[in-house]
Design a protein around this ligand. Structure first.
Ligand code: SF4
Ligand code: SF4
Length: 484
């Protein structure tokens, strides 16, 4: 696309990022191949809510022909899912354009007081597990008064879970079992640590089982992906620099088990482009790998097996499939598990609507995408779902529940962990097929004192009684439970 963006002039505002932005605009040939894959175009059907439309809007703003306030609603509706990047035959680096543009636009645009309060609260709490945990506690106390609060705050409270699992601090080193095949460092994620600490533990156990020693640097920070998404680049750079120091040791790879965090690390070169530490950012991004890709390349050991034949639908998180190009590795790992039949979801690589804080910013579109994803999953006839991103897991679970379907939704490594635990020599794993006969208190006691509990497989057509419990503590659900 031809443009007359005053690149030299805009360098004072954007730094050298403006060159990457102009490069992305130049590369677009207006072909429209990206339109059908864009979730917002699918839902809203307007050119300006498509990648091509947004590129044109950003070009016009940068050229000075359009006020940023005019373009912002369309840019704000972008999920940042990068499905357009995968589809684009011309290699348009849409992400290189979007991130700096959002930061610029959000400085220039005016937002209501409540929108600014909401953004401040989100950006202050989510990147810190301690603050998020505390906020969730206060939020729970405030929930009964939601009706009296402004819509923005009530929306935040509605998304808070009723219960949080107990915090489970991680060690600084988790040793490999048997002969060590690799040594890695793990970024443990902020939201994930609070909402689903078991994912990190499952990841550690599966890696250990495969001869991988894992270091968990205590001084690591949030990856900063959320702040990049919301245009808070200065704060994101602070976190990135903290991680550059924390992950500077000698390891074979720096692993992430949340797709959003992995693509956040891989965005460090763009974030620090032309600034101090750019070389370190390049190196960290080169070393960063999703845990599924790492294990698939290393090769899985042993004979993992689920306790019973189970049909599992795999959902592609956008920040794995589009931002990192990883679709084969998680499927290869799951296909190695005996008793597991992998199912494909229609439009598997279309965003589920989670996308960082999108549920707060664009609740209607997020809900529509969540509904579509849940319906496509149910079409497969799956008994469980696997995904590689905590945001997707929560979103899919929410929308399956809204449709009255209570399929368990796992992280890929939780399923692998169950399969390895089950196949371990001398395993004391037991499958309780009617956990509704067991009280929530009893399951809680087992979880705390005896072993881990995994919910496992839905039981169609069976009603739950109040007080029934699952591995994740939700009442009103029912399925077989594996105690390890
Ligand atoms: S597919 Fe690529 S080149 Fe074609 S309109 Fe979309 S962004 Fe532009
Ligand atoms: S990032 Fe996703 S939502 Fe945004 S324009 Fe591209 S495909 Fe559409």
């Amino acid at each position: 696309m031809q443009h007359v963006i005053p690149v030299a002039q805009l360098k004072s505002q954007f730094g050298v990022q403006i060159e990457a932005m102009a490069g992305a605009i130049e590369a677009c040939v207006h072909c429209g191949f990206c339109l059908p894959v864009c979730p917002t175009y699918q839902v809203l059907g307007q050119e300006m809510d498509s990648p091509r439309g947004r590129i044109l809007l950003m070009k016009n703003v940068l050229e000075g022909g359009l006020a940023v306030q005019e373009a912002l609603p369309y840019i704000d509706r972008c999920l940042g899912c990068l499905a357009c990047v995968t589809a684009c035959p011309s290699g348009v680096a849409y992400g290189d354009l979007l991130m700096p543009f959002r930061a610029y636009a959000r400085q220039k645009a005016s937002y209501s007081l409540m929108e600014r309060v909401q953004r401040k609260l989100v950006n202050q709490t989510l990147p810190s597990p301690e603050r998020f945990r505390t906020a969730a506690l206060f939020g729970r106390l405030a929930k009964p008064f939601s009706a009296m609060l402004p819509q923005e705050l009530a929306g935040m409270l509605a998304l808070l879970p009723d219960r949080l699992p107990a915090a489970r601090p991680l060690p600084e080193v988790f040793p490999a079992e048997g002969v060590r095949r690799a040594r890695v460092a793990l970024l443990v994620g902020c939201v994930q640590q609070v909402l689903a600490p078991e994912i990190n533990w499952a990841t550690l156990r599966v890696l250990a089982r495969n001869g991988v020693e894992v270091l968990i640097p205590a001084d690591q920070a949030c990856c900063g992906a959320l702040l990049m998404h919301t245009g808070e680049l200065d704060r994101a750079r602070q976190l990135a620099r903290q991680n550059l120091r924390a992950f500077s040791g000698q390891v074979d790879a720096i692993l992430t088990n949340a797709a959003g965090c992995g693509s956040g690390l891989k965005d460090y070169p763009l974030l620090l482009m032309g600034l101090e530490d750019q070389n370190l950012a390049d190196e960290l991004a080169r070393q960063a790998q999703d845990v599924s890709q790492f294990l698939a390349e290393l090769g899985m050991l042993g004979e993992p097996a689920l306790p019973q034949p189970t049909r599992v639908a795999y959902h592609d998180a956008c920040h794995l499939a589009h931002a990192q190009g990883i679709t084969a590795a998680p499927r290869a790992l799951l296909n190695r598990v005996a008793n597991l039949t992998l199912l494909e979801i229609a439009d598997s690589t279309t965003c589920c609507g989670s996308a960082g804080t999108y549920n707060l910013e664009q609740p209607e579109i997020a809900a529509e995408l969540g509904r579509r994803k849940a319906a496509n999953i149910l079409q497969t006839g799956a008994e469980a779902v696997a995904a590689g991103n905590i945001g997707c897991i929560v979103q899919i679970r929410t929308h399956l529940q809204a449709l009255g379907k209570l399929l368990p939704v796992f992280h890929t490594f939780e399923l692998l962990d169950v399969a390895y635990s089950r196949s371990a020599a001398g395993s004391k794993s037991r499958l309780i097929r009617r956990p509704n006969l067991v009280s929530a208190h009893f399951l809680g006691f087992i979880q705390q004192h005896i072993g881990r509990i995994h919910q496992f497989g839905g039981v169609p057509g069976v009603q739950w009684k109040s007080g029934d419990a699952l591995a994740d503590g939700r009442a009103g659900n029912r399925c077989p439970v594996l105690i390890i």
